[in-house]
Design a protein around this ligand. Structure first.
Ligand code: GDG
Length: 485
């Protein structure tokens, strides 16, 4: 199996002259990495770490995870100008805001598009070189590679190409402002299967193709035929790896986690802790969340001095002006709320704008009374699933945005509209006063859902569908051969 993703699952960095391995803050990596560990194969990605070149062999490959060597990581090198155009420019200033419709205007530059096309071609060439047969199974990941499926199809016509789009797909009007909408749709239709998190995103995609391309759409079978190529459009809600009993046994108890976290922030045992964990991104609704915390302290003053909100905000895309401005706004808002409601050592908002280890995040999940996910728009969102997986004590309350794909599966959370500050503030108060019995009932049910619909179910369904398509194609080829005789 070959996975193509922009982000690599393991980044080698120089720190004080020594090489350290870092796991990036990325929902895609969280979900796809366990699947690769189980299936083996090659993961092709941009080599972005300062020590990445020092750790690969002559073919730019390195076995990972370090010490386990379950699969190969093949690194692709980009110049600063290419990274600027393809990654920061077209992917993150164009496609990301275009698909999230979070009221940040997409930017489309001709030069970014040229880089995007060239880098997609470079990855396609690498796929062809890595393929060990003429019909490999290739998993193309995300909005960085919209052109890749058709480019691979041209060189490996028999390949099974499974493309998964990790972010939302907007309606045809919103998508229509992209100057290269036809090229992007044609690129994606090189896939055998094109997957989204929800039916709603599939429907938006099909309607977009209907609006801008000449194609035959079979709604009943959810297929699109463009030229002589048929693509199956399906929803595959992504998830996380459910922690094994051995993993859970190695975790510090909830009591110990709480003591450690409360000790770190100087909180008394009867204090209540709220938690947000995100990449520091404007789509995640961090601003709206902090406004809701402020409103809760205003509306329910009994929480002043008794409630602290910890926001982990892992640095991301800080090279972009939009992100730097956003991060400054959050910083300013946190300070203002702390000035308004803090006193002595009490600070209601603790903004931790740095990368955390998995262990540190897990400790926070286990220590929190409430986890708040208020994305303005999110393909799925895995933080809510990680919080649930971390709570083997069946306690803690999840507040979840209705605009995250996860809201469709996690109905036992307190579902909110993050744009409605009053509603989120009330949900916070409700979460903090929720009886233990109700917490247990909701959390136990959420845990059943996430355990059952874990990431292996996601990958398994997609690969099973791919298997059916391969079989069908083989049968059709055989029938054709007989006809030709
Ligand atoms: C995209 C889609 C979809 C966060 N801070 C740190 C850290 N994280 C980890 C979290 C979680 C991941 O990053 C974030 O996942 P999300 O799903 O919330 O979001 P995106 O990165 O935007 O992912 C999203 C996902 O793809 C999968 O399809 O759900 O909708 O936007 O795992 O724990 N990880 C580490 N340090 C941090 O400081 N190590």
């Amino acid at each position: 199996m070959i996975v193509v993703a922009n982000r690599e699952p393991y980044i080698h960095e120089y720190v004080d002259g020594a090489i350290v391995v870092k796991r990036p803050a990325s929902g895609l990596v969280t979900a796809v990495e366990p699947v690769m560990r189980a299936c083996s194969g090659t993961w092709i990605a941009h080599g972005s770490g300062s020590a990445d070149r020092a750790t690969v062999d002559r073919e730019d490959r390195v076995p990972v995870p370090p010490g386990e060597d379950a699969y190969l990581l093949r690194r692709i090198w980009l110049t600063d100008a290419e990274e600027q155009g393809y990654y920061y420019g077209f992917a993150n200033e164009g496609m990301w805001p275009l698909c999230h419709v979070a009221h940040v205007r997409p930017v489309f530059r001709e030069s970014d598009w040229q880089h995007y096309r060239a880098i997609n071609q470079r990855f396609a060439d690498a796929v062809v070189r890595e393929a060990r047969s003429d019909n490999p199974v290739i998993l193309v990941q995300d909005y960085h590679f919209a052109l890749l499926p058709a480019m691979i199809r041209e060189r490996l016509p028999k390949a099974t190409i499974l493309t998964f789009w990790h972010i939302p797909w907007p309606n045809p009007e919103s998508f229509g402002i992209c100057p290269w909408r036809r090229e992007i749709l044609q690129g994606l239709l090189g896939s055998t299967i094109l997957g989204f998190h929800t039916r709603f995103h599939c429907k938006n995609f099909i309607e977009t193709v209907d609006r801008y391309l000449e194609a035959r759409i079979e709604h009943e079978h959810s297929t699109i035929t463009h030229g002589d190529k048929e693509t199956f459009i399906e929803s595959y809600p992504i998830s996380i790896e459910w922690p094994s009993p051995a993993t859970v046994a190695a975790w510090p108890s909830v009591t110990v986690c709480r003591q450690q976290v409360f000790g770190r922030f100087g909180l008394s045992a009867d204090h209540c802790l709220g938690l947000g964990v995100d990449r520091f991104d404007y789509t995640k609704g961090i601003l709206e969340r902090l406004h809701a915390v402020e409103r809760m302290l205003e509306k329910y003053p009994q929480w002043v001095g008794r409630f602290t909100f910890v926001q982990v905000a892992a640095p991301t895309r800080s090279a972009l002006e939009e992100y730097r401005t956003f991060q400054q706004r959050i910083d300013g808002l946190s300070k203002r709320i702390n000035e308004r409601y803090g006193s002595g050592s009490y600070q209601p908002i603790r903004l931790l704008a740095e990368h955390h280890s998995h262990e540190a995040l897990n400790r926070l999940y286990r220590a929190a009374d409430v986890c708040v996910v208020t994305s303005l728009h999110d393909g799925m969102n895995l933080v809510c699933k990680e919080f649930v997986a971390a709570r083997d004590d069946d306690l803690g309350v999840l507040i979840l945005s209705r605009f995250a794909g996860a809201a469709r599966e996690m109905a036992e959370a307190l579902i909110v509209n993050p744009y409605h500050v009053e509603e989120t503030a009330d949900a916070l108060h409700r979460a903090l006063t929720m009886p233990v019995a109700e917490q247990r009932e909701r959390m136990a049910s959420l845990r059943v859902t996430v355990r059952e619909f874990n990431v292996f179910r996601w990958a398994g369904r997609m690969l099973a569908d791919a298997g059916r398509w391969r079989l069908r194609e083989r049968i059709e080829a055989r029938v054709q051969r007989h006809k030709d005789l």
